[in-house]
Unconditional design. Structure first.
Length: 515
């Protein structure tokens, strides 16, 4: 442990290991105490370093976290992007190295102007504020990548009850604060007043997390809805093959015809692999068949619009027909999977940059929820559900959450379990049922407490049948969003900046002598 708080390769290697612990605290492993250990080692590793060395230490931590936690990127690039093994490895490692900068820069900032070595309680508070800012910035910058947020470790942990109060953000901040206090415990023991204050401050959120577990923040808006989620399990190499389109449509048509008592039938992302304008009759017929039993059909499919000049724009969309209405265009697009940055330079270089349907454009920001049997349904396509604030915005206007996805890109990796866990957190934060339907798993129903009510096996054709309840009312998080925590964190960080020069850095300055 002494090595990680000192300069040198041993400390950097330990930081790499500490970062790699983070995915073990999340799905599918769910060893939540490792989240505290990981954050503690990160904090400890920055204790005695100057700004540049802290920047490197932070990068090592982030690189370890993303290399271990997002290894599924290799599957997407190699297996489905047809990139050779060396190139797929290079791109995967390069992505992890780049995204690790989101830990490097805050670490350098921490060592340069925030760390207070002689004020252990204040230092822990500032560290928690910085951790919140780190996760928030990572969720926004360059379209955002809010994967591996520390708070997801508590979906079934003792801090679960904080999610409806302040979202995953609040849980992450509490974990960071607790981790820093654990490291500072020896110094706090020597300061009785600070020790008592620290115990009170750290006990409050942990007690609240326990007290508010199971707290009902919302109430039913009507009778339960019977749901049927169709998991088609269409192989990715066949999905956009024109010769296989009829077989795909027949599969969903036949499985839907069997659901005669369903109020809501859901097909996954781009279940219809044809532009909407070419399948309007088929979609109308399916909607009429479901409506004959009083139900609605919601499906994903690509759509095209033409502007005034006649140029086409393509959208990844989700639409409701039958006893439902509305269409939603996806806003959070996956780089390279749904659009190619700098495509004038990258198109044609390798197969990964020419994936089918990788020319979508972003949908408008202000869109209305779907309507299903008179209830407002917030729709999210694929990884849109991993953005807490984005989900909260439409969830507050809706009574049910619905997300469709094609997790085939993850292959048989930990990606689908991570994706599902984040969707579960959205249900818990909003106090609403969530319907999740994917092409090959994990298709599931999630209750307002973030628990999986029903699910079906992955990698097989199946129908998920169960009931969900539309909910009214707002959790504190949906009502106030992240603003209370953001204001508190900003004040703490400002306080840390103002007091940054009150104590001497622990790292000895570099002395150069002349002979």
């Amino acid at each position: 442990m002494r090595w990680i708080s000192q300069p040198g390769w041993k400390g950097n290697l330990l930081a790499l290991f500490a970062g790699a612990l983070t995915p073990l605290a999340l799905a599918p492993f769910n060893i939540w105490p490792l989240a505290l250990l990981s954050a503690s080692l990160f904090y400890l590793g920055l204790k005695g370093l100057g700004a540049w060395r802290a920047l490197l230490r932070g990068w090592c931590y982030g690189f370890g976290a993303f290399l271990a936690g997002t290894s599924w990127i290799y599957v997407s690039i190699h297996t489905y992007g047809a990139a050779p093994v060396p190139l797929a490895l290079f791109l995967t490692v390069g992505f992890c190295a780049g995204i690790a900068l989101f830990f490097a820069l805050p670490a350098g900032l921490w060592a340069l102007c925030l760390r207070r070595n002689q004020a252990p309680l204040g230092d822990a508070l500032t560290f928690a504020g910085l951790w919140f800012a780190l996760e928030l910035f990572r969720s926004w910058a360059l379209t955002g990548f809010p994967w591996l947020l520390l708070g997801y470790s508590q979906l079934s942990g003792p801090l679960q009850g904080l999610a409806p109060l302040g979202g995953v953000w609040l849980i992450s901040a509490v974990l960071a604060f607790t981790a820093a206090l654990l490291v500072n415990a020896p110094r706090l023991i020597l300061r009785p007043v600070a020790l008592v204050a620290a115990l009170v401050l750290v006990a409050l959120p942990w007690v609240a997390g326990d007290v508010f577990q199971g707290q009902v923040w919302t109430q039913p808006a009507g009778a339960p809805l019977k749901v049927a989620g169709i998991q088609g399990n269409i192989a990715q190499e066949l999905k956009w093959n024109p010769d296989h389109a009829r077989a795909t449509l027949a599969l969903y048509r036949d499985r839907t015809a069997e659901q005669t008592d369903a109020d809501l039938v859901v097909w996954p992302e781009n279940a219809i692999p044809v532009l909407r304008e070419y399948v309007s009759d088929f979609l109308a017929a399916e909607g009429a068949q479901v409506a004959a039993h009083g139900g609605a059909l919601v499906t994903g499919l690509p759509a095209r619009e033409r502007d005034a000049d006649g140029d086409s724009r393509y959208f990844n969309s989700i639409t409701a027909v039958g006893n439902g209405s509305g269409t939603y265009y996806k806003q959070k697009l996956v780089p390279f999977g749904e659009y190619v940055p700098l495509q004038e330079y990258l198109r044609g270089l390798i197969g990964f940059f020419d994936l089918p349907m990788s020319d979508f454009v972003r949908g408008p920001e202000q869109q209305e929820p779907l309507l299903v049997k008179g209830y407002r349904v917030a729709p999210y396509i694929c990884y849109e559900v991993v953005y807490p604030e984005f989900v909260a915005s439409m969830a507050a206007q809706s009574q049910l959450l619905l997300t469709i996805s094609n997790d085939t890109w993850f292959g048989k990796s930990i990606g689908p379990q991570q994706h599902l866990q984040m969707a579960q957190m959205r249900a818990l934060e909003s106090g609403r049922w969530l319907v999740r339907v994917t092409n090959d798993g994990i298709t599931a129903l999630v209750d307002p407490f973030g628990r999986i009510s029903r699910q079906i096996p992955a990698f097989e054709v199946g129908v998920l049948q169960g009931s969900v309840v539309p909910m009214d009312g707002l959790t504190p998080y949906l009502h106030y969003r992240l603003w209370p925590l953001a204001i508190f964190s900003a004040l703490v960080l400002l306080w840390g900046l103002l007091l940054r020069r009150q104590d001497r850095p622990e790292e000895a300055p570099l002395v150069v002598t002349q002979r």
